[in-house]
Design a protein around this ligand. Structure first.
Ligand code: ADP
Ligand code: FDM
Ligand code: MG
Length: 214
């Protein structure tokens, strides 16, 4: 039996990531695992949650960046164990959110290169589905958490794009990172795109055993 596949749903806020990650994990069956980052249920996740929800809770930008990264390291072994047992793992955000949101702050020294360092050695997803909703006014109602403003989201968008174009090997990008435009598509229509892309990928890469790392 081959190892399970690591599938990441990425994107900006309110593009439907959590909705689609949940539906994908369900479609992949009871043996699949859904893991969301940040995982707010751990000790480190509790600090992250406080930072995101309480404007009075201040941390240096470098420190909160490292906490988001540590939150991924907390479950790194668990993810690998699931994959080795043959379970597919669906991630809701991961390293790309980690580098793009921190670098988007524009703090001197906190560039993409610096931001990636604390995630070097984490498993790379076999497939990344990057959800976009360009030009859609439908789901722009941001919440009250830190980072939830359209001006900041525009900066995050630029950082995602720079990272994919300048930091990812282009052959890797072509094979493993798919952009899905979701504007004006229903939840079911987006799920159909997610599922057809995922199932085609799983067939093509059925036999991979090696892992890839950031
Ligand atoms: P994210 O995790 O990317 O922030 P969510 O999955 O939480 O996004 O979706 C944000 C909101 O938009 C939710 O209220 C969700 O029900 C709704 N939503 C998600 N996908 C669609 C869609 N394709 N069309 C309309 N509404 C959607
Ligand atoms: N976020 C998320 C980061 O800034 N760095 C990270 O490493 C991760 C995983 O946290 F604004 C940001 C992105 C978002 C916020 O995410 C919480 P959810 O998906 O809205 O819970
Ligand atoms: Mg979400």
């Amino acid at each position: 039996m081959g190892r399970g596949k690591l599938i990441l749903i990425e994107g900006l806020d309110r593009t439907g990531k959590s909705t689609q990650a949940g539906k994908l994990a369900e479609r992949l069956g009871p043996n699949s695992q859904l893991i969301k980052f940040p995982d707010r249920s751990t000790k480190i996740g509790g600090l992250i949650n406080q930072y995101l929800t309480d404007p009075a809770f201040l941390l240096p930008d470098q420190a909160i960046h490292l906490l988001f990264s540590a939150n991924r390291w907390e479950v790194a072994e668990e993810i690998k164990t699931h994959l080795l047992k043959g379970s597919n793992v669906v991630l809701d955000r991961y390293v790309y959110s980690g580098v793009a949101y921190s670098a988007a702050k524009g703090v001197p020294g906190l560039d993409l290169q610096w931001c990636l360092q604390s995630d070097v050695g984490l498993l790379k997803p076999d497939l990344t589905l990057f959800l976009t909703n360009q030009g859609s006014e439908l789901r722009q109602g941001f919440g009250e958490e830190r980072y939830e403003s359209s001006a900041f989201q525009q900066k995050v968008r630029e950082q995602f794009s720079t990272f994919f174009n300048d930091f990812e090997d282009q052959s890797y990008k072509q094979a493993h990172i798919k952009v899905l435009e979701t504007s004006d598509k229903s939840i079911e229509q987006v799920h159909d795109m997610v599922w057809s892309t995922t199932s085609a990928f799983m067939q093509e890469y059925a036999d991979i055993q090696d892992f890839m790392y950031f």
